[in-house]
Design a protein around this ligand. Structure first.
Ligand SMILES: Cc1cc2nc3c(=O)[nH]c(=O)nc-3n(C[C@H](O)[C@H](O)[C@H](O)COP(=O)(O)OP(=O)(O)OC[C@H]3O[C@@H](n4cnc5c(N)ncnc54)[C@H](O)[C@@H]3O)c2cc1C
Ligand SMILES: NC(=O)c1ccc[n+]([C@@H]2O[C@H](COP(=O)([O-])OP(=O)(O)OC[C@H]3O[C@@H](n4cnc5c(N)ncnc54)[C@H](O)[C@@H]3O)[C@@H](O)[C@H]2O)c1
Length: 475
């Protein structure tokens, strides 16, 4: 006889989304079962955000030591010890892991089952020998690296984000398939840690970002020695002696490159194949689990959040989804996912970030009432002092000066994007963004500077001039 559990909520997947739902529900005293088949913390902690940002940090430090000679240091840079960079990555994961652990969640009152979950009917999940009949289910099973059907790929020992962070020695020549955020963050990290790196991108690299800003990042990586090929589709892979030979097609014909290691960073595939979705009446659409604006699947008692729905695949998006489903399940409030308030950042140097509407999306909605305001890092005193004067901030502004979107390329773009995300979610205007006092000297002054430029024409306005004239008559 299987064990039968009847909690209020059963969460499948203990990654960014699932852990947030479980922790919040438990905090309200709700009975929760959390099922995880592999590592607690999911992709972000074990194979994604955390190791990638830790490796980038080690790489930045290596670069800074080499480059410090330029800004007043003397001495000898003794080079990079890749294994130490990897030690840093593992130490950061280990430091965060207790926060996501079974022990912590059991302590919060969550029942954690370490098994693979699958639906056996519209209201029952089986995890090992345990049947879970919950009032509501939340699917938060994440995504996995998509491996394109490239002839020969299966026959070579390629890396993905799930194996890359195990390397203890710098690859001699890392070839990366895919010029998205994973490909470029890892390209720069490995280049700075001593590898030769070639990125092969079938279309445009960083294609989801503002093209003029993406180019700033690509130029910076190229200047550091990363070879980036765009419009180059990989069409065959084979072993060659000690290494791997990658063949690709460009408009000029077929070429190939030889490397010691191959990283596949060609997009993501939502994890739902073994969930038994059909037995629960859950449909799939566009490659992810189909949900409505309130994140309910086609079975209304079952929600799906995070990477598995195939929308914006970020940890903070999964966390945002978690907050919405908690409001919906616990408080029965109507919720509506608003993708325009979800920012994203690529953590290369310079960083590249976006939130809200693009200029084109804004013009489609508001026509010629849209204005674009910019501020350059080159005119910011802190950027000059930090030797970081390459970059720009761009605001997309709608009727009555309302902020509709923003893009930033440059140092600390991710930190600055916090301010734009807040302003956007609170429907702030250029008046709000021009009216706060920013500490000097900070990069954040760029936001104020761009907002102030909204009023640049005011002194020339006839009515403003008439008003000033009139006021002067009163002495
Ligand atoms: C290299 C890399 C770098 C990234 N960097 C960033 C970044 O800087 N910032 C950012 O916001 N995002 C980043 N991301 C994206 C981020 O990691 C994901 O968006 C986030 O982890 C999604 O959370 P999730 O809860 O949907 O899924 P996950 O965190 O992947 O969790 C899903 C969990 O479900 C489990 N599971 C799957 N199927 C079952 C089953 N049948 N039964 C039980 N358990 C199951 C899995 O084992 C996994 O633990 C990065 C991703 C990668 C790959
Ligand atoms: N900083 C961050 O927030 C961050 C960092 C890394 C990943 N992520 C998340 O992970 C997701 C996946 O990242 P990604 O970089 O793997 O995916 P992506 O979809 O953004 O980029 C993959 C790239 O691979 C290219 N490609 C596919 N097949 C190819 C082939 N045969 N030859 C050459 N190029 C090929 C595609 O054209 C595409 O540009 C991101 O969209 C994001 O949601 C976020």
């Amino acid at each position: 006889m299987p064990d039968v559990l009847t909690p209020d909520i059963c969460v499948i997947g203990a990654g960014s989304g699932g852990l947030s739902v479980a922790a919040a529900a438990a905090a309200f005293g709700v009975d929760v079962v959390l099922v995880e088949k592999a590592k607690m913390g999911g992709d972000c902690l074990n194979y994604g955000c955390v190791p990638s940002k830790a490796l980038l940090s080690a790489a930045k430090s290596a670069k800074a030591h080499g480059a410090d000679l330029k800004i007043g240091f003397e001495g000898v840079f003794e080079g990079v010890k890749f294994a130490k960079a990897n030690d840093h990555v593992q130490a950061v994961i280990a430091a965060i892991a207790p926060h996501d652990s079974v022990e912590r969640f059991e302590g919060l009152g969550v029942k954690v089952l370490q098994d693979e979950a699958r639906f056996v009917s519209s209201d029952c999940v089986l995890a090992g020998e345990t049947e879970i009949r919950a009032r509501r289910f939340v699917i938060a099973t994440g995504s996995s690296p998509a491996v394109p059907p490239i002839p020969g790929l299966a026959g070579v020992d390629f890396l993905t984000n799930e194996t890359l962070f195990e390397l203890r020695e710098a690859p001699e020549h890392l070839i990366v398939i895919g010029g998205g955020p994973i490909g470029l963050e890892m390209a720069q990290a490995h280049r700075r840690l001593g590898s030769k790196v070639t990125v092969i991108e079938a279309q445009k690299a960083l294609a989801k970002d503002l093209p003029e800003f993406a180019v700033v990042v690509l130029d910076a990586l190229r200047a550091e020695g990363v070879r980036i090929l765009e419009g180059a589709a990989v069409n065959a892979v084979e072993s060659s002696g000690e290494g791997i030979q990658v063949h690709f097609e460009t408009e000029d014909g077929t070429s190939s490159v030889n490397g010691s290691h191959l990283l596949v960073a060609a997009g993501r595939k939502p994890n739902f194949g073994s969930l038994g979705l059909e037995l629960a009446g859950i449909d799939v659409e566009g490659g992810g689990i189909k949900v409505d604006a309130g994140l309910r699947t086609t079975n209304r008692k079952i929600y799906a959040i995070g990477d598995v729905i195939g929308g914006l695949q970020f940890t903070h998006a999964a966390g945002y989804h978690a907050g919405l489903v908690i409001r919906s399940i616990l408080f029965r409030l109507p919720v509506h996912e608003d993708r325009t308030i979800i920012p994203w950042v690529t953590y290369t140097s310079p960083e590249l970030g976006h939130v809200g509407l693009s200029e084109q999306q804004a013009r489609d909605r508001h026509g010629n009432k849209v204005r674009v305001l910019t501020a350059d890092y080159a005119d910011n005193d802190r950027a000059r002092a930090e030797d970081a004067s390459v970059g720009q901030l761009r605001l997309v502004v709608g009727p009555r000066g309302r902020l509709l979107g923003g893009d930033i390329v440059g140092a600390q773009a991710g930190e600055m994007l916090n301010l734009l995300s807040l302003a956007l979610s609170q429907k702030m205007t250029m008046g709000d963004l021009a009216g706060f006092v920013a500490p000097y000297p900070t990069l954040g002054e760029l936001v104020r500077r761009a907002a102030v430029s909204y009023y640049a024409e005011a002194p020339k306005n006839t009515w403003v001039r008439r008003l000033l004239y009139l006021l002067r008559q009163f002495g």
